[in-house]
Write a new protein. Structure first.
Length: 243
């Protein structure tokens, strides 16, 4: 989903930018157990999630994640900008790659039980989860500003070697810095960010040839191949699912 504010859609999903966590998005979704959950597409982000009685973390994905039929109830999440969650969570991103992990596996079990009860009891669980993360961020090291520069350059379509040089690192140094921050190397991050650019363009009505050119693919065949490899579905199928 885009990081901008969205009203609730037909699937019961809504999101808004967080005013207290730079780059983060607060989202809510009403689960419908009568149907399978929508596939979660790679976006370079990590999420802190709550559903009644449970706090858990979604690590950075390298492929579409199929959650299956969710339990009934409401889900709330904080989606962190690429590279910003590991400092708050206190765990390297690559340890959570392609995983969903209970927060109690990362933090003290007693602390997580207390925090879960706090969000469970809140009149607005989204605001409570946001405040919890804001408090934690105030005690955590600040994200390395170099990481934001890396994301910005890769998202603008610059190559990995060019990006490494621009931030004053060698290619190997950048790869070592990327793993704990993003969960994978800069080449994979660049592919994921390019995928998201392409999806935004295609959802906005641009044809596939134009999408390939503007998003930075070599050609339409390259676009089709990358979308299928990263999401498991052709671009046309993804667009129909959006509809």
């Amino acid at each position: 989903m885009a990081a901008g504010e969205r009203g609730e859609d037909a699937a019961g999903y809504a999101e808004r930018p967080s005013p207290v966590l730079p780059g983060a998005v607060v989202w809510t979704k009403a689960a419908d157990p009568s149907g399978g959950g929508s596939a979660v597409l790679p976006d370079g982000c990590m999420d802190l999630l709550w559903t009644e009685g449970r706090l858990f973390v979604a690590g950075p994905d390298t492929r579409a994640y199929a959650p299956g039929a969710p339990a009934p109830g409401r889900y709330v999440g904080l989606r962190f900008a690429p590279g910003t969650a590991p400092a708050l969570l206190g765990v390297p991103a690559h340890e959570l790659r392609d995983r969903r992990v209970d927060l109690a596996d990362l933090w003290s079990g007693a602390e997580v039980r207390r925090l879960t009860a706090r969000v469970d009891a809140a009149a607005d669980p989204a605001a409570a989860l946001e405040l919890l993360a804001h408090e934690r961020a105030g005690r955590a090291p600040a994200p390395d500003p170099l990481l934001a520069r890396v994301v910005a350059r890769l998202n603008a379509g610059h190559g990995v070697a060019e990006t490494a040089a621009a931030v004053g690192l060698g290619a190997r140094q950048l790869h070592r810095r990327a793993l704990p921050a993003f969960g994978y190397g800069p080449k994979t991050l660049a592919r994921v960010l390019r995928l998201q650019r392409a999806l935004a363009l295609a959802r906005g009505g641009l044809g596939q040839a134009g999408t390939a050119a503007v998003a930075g693919f070599a050609d339409q065949a390259h676009l089709a191949r990358d979308v299928k490899e990263l999401t498991g579905m052709p671009l046309g199928v993804l667009l129909r699912l959006d509809g």
